[in-house]
Design a protein around this ligand. Sequence first.
Ligand code: PHE
Length: 348
Amino acid sequence: MKAQLEEIRTRALGELSDEADEAQIEAVRVRVLGRSGELTEIMRRMREVPPAEKPLVGRLVNEIKNEVEARIAQLVEHRRREALSRSLAEARLDVTLPGLRMPRGWSHPLTQTRERMLEIFEAMGFEVVETQDLEDDFHNFGALNFPPDHPAREMQDTFFLPGGMLLRTHTSNGQIRVMERRSPPLAIVCPGNCYRRDELSVRASPMFSQIEGFMVDRAGVISMAHLKGVIAEFLRAFFGPDTGVRFRASFFPFTEPSAEVDISCLLCKGAGCRVCKQSGWTEILGSGMIHPNVLRAVGYDPMQYAGFAFGMGIERTSLLKLGVDDMRLFFENDLRFLAQFRAGEAAS
Ligand code: PHE
């Protein structure tokens, strides 16, 4: 029986090698230590052992049992450590690796231009008010003194919508919207999108943006001199202190008198070149004293109040400022174009 026990021990420990996997370990445990395992079987056959040998066999059974248990515990512990260090190695974080750089965005050049323009007007005391793109005939035309059959209504080539609404053709609706609900004195700028039935081309786009400005105060207090002062101040702040500014008589239904404003050509500085068609000047905005009929339309008495207004295109202003020669570039959003303005070039 002693020999049999030694055999059990040798076999078990032989099978419990360092390489033994979980299933092998379990198989040895069941076979040797299990309820109907080899050692249990030996204990059951104790009766057959001569009394003198019993203590010896008993001790040997215990010894083998302890030894096999200890070996199994050792192997299990060993595998547990191995699994732990494997998972730690997998989850290892190398804090010296370079980080993932998130590309930093920047404002669209048109946004930069608009913000810079508004900033200048705000510094002069103007308040920014946004009004609606979706308009009715009254606020886009009627109140602005366009008679029903006025050719400007077609000239503007409006997008009319079902139900009699339209997409505003200019930001001048902002004058009406603001004056209708507020009283003078007013100094307001209204930025916003405008729409006209134009094909997208080098010079035009069916959607573009303008800034409308107007100032209203008591008649006699406000004059064409204020209009000239505000506009010249704005243009020199925006385009540079040496910019030439010229007022030319013009016509708009909603202003009287009206003036178009030119700046000296930014390219040739007034000498005459291809861009300004040798004139030395470039048209930049429309302006004038608010027509008495417009004041009446919003319930202001033209004997008591007077004002001036002006409007200019943001795309056009950007084109001139940045020396860009194709309006479409602003709408195509090609990053090679936009990236030229990532440092805020259109706002400085
Ligand atoms: N609304 C005119 C345009 O779109 C610009 C303008 C505004 C002219 C205010 C005079 C006064 O061309």
